[in-house]
Design a protein around this ligand. Sequence first.
Ligand SMILES: NC(=O)c1ccc[n+]([C@@H]2O[C@H](COP(=O)([O-])OP(=O)(O)OC[C@H]3O[C@@H](n4cnc5c(N)ncnc54)[C@H](O)[C@@H]3O)[C@@H](O)[C@H]2O)c1
Length: 245
Amino acid sequence: MSTSRILVTGGASGIGAAIARHWSNLGHDVTITDVNDFDGKTLATELGCAYFRLDVRDETEWRRFAVANDAFDVVFLNAGVATGDLVFGAPDTSPFSSFDLAAYRRTLGVNVDGVVFGIAHLAPAMVARGSGDILVTASMASIYPIPADPIYGLSKHAVSGFVKSLAPALHERGVCLSAICPFFVDTPLVPKEQQAQIRETGFEVLTVDRVVEAAQLAIAEPTPGAHWVVFPGQPTTRLPEPTLG
Ligand SMILES: NC(=O)c1ccc[n+]([C@@H]2O[C@H](COP(=O)([O-])OP(=O)(O)OC[C@H]3O[C@@H](n4cnc5c(N)ncnc54)[C@H](O)[C@@H]3O)[C@@H](O)[C@H]2O)c1
């Protein structure tokens, strides 16, 4: 097995940490980036891999990072945040009671800019080499409405449209861009009380291992623009493409 150079953004916690751990355990050369330096460095030390602080919202940081690093074989653009009731007030109890511009910008900054800037700065070296995979952690909220967090839904739909729209041009140049779309996952992004509420509605909350399996599948079966849906109790499936015309 040849060693791949792998980047995981938001790799200090949750899904990103599980992805970093999995590919590192397989013997690959993994680089973790995050803004949570403590957890990022701790995990990197444990795995024997590299850690860099990289705020994915910051285009200048991406530029510097790309200059300082050789081309990656696989890039997981995974960093993300939820917004909850921060932007419009609590959807159930006090909708439209407030508007928090900073929370809005933060969500779009991490979830949308973090993907666009990452591709803008890392794809050129992959395209120059004519190979590589970029897998974006999108969400079920890329496909279905998420009334509890409309700004999160906005950001994940945006990412989905971006992946589908850009994938063909990257594919022509040897790079596969695709997305995974998990249902709720047991990570710090979903507070335990919310996880309990989800279970009360009859749904299971996914383990990070299920998402890692989906990521493995997406890399093993590179399909430009694909959206791999990860839903509890069902095998990971690729979303059918809409038929145009
Ligand atoms: N947990 C879920 O239910 C779920 C479901 C579907 C999709 N996702 C997506 O999975 C991805 C990973 O989330 P998770 O569930 O592992 O959450 P998490 O909170 O455990 O991990 C997210 C990581 O992103 C990092 N991050 C936040 N802002 C950043 C920034 N500006 N720059 C760099 N890193 C930053 C955090 O420090 C954290 O380490 C996100 O894109 C999220 O939207 C999560």
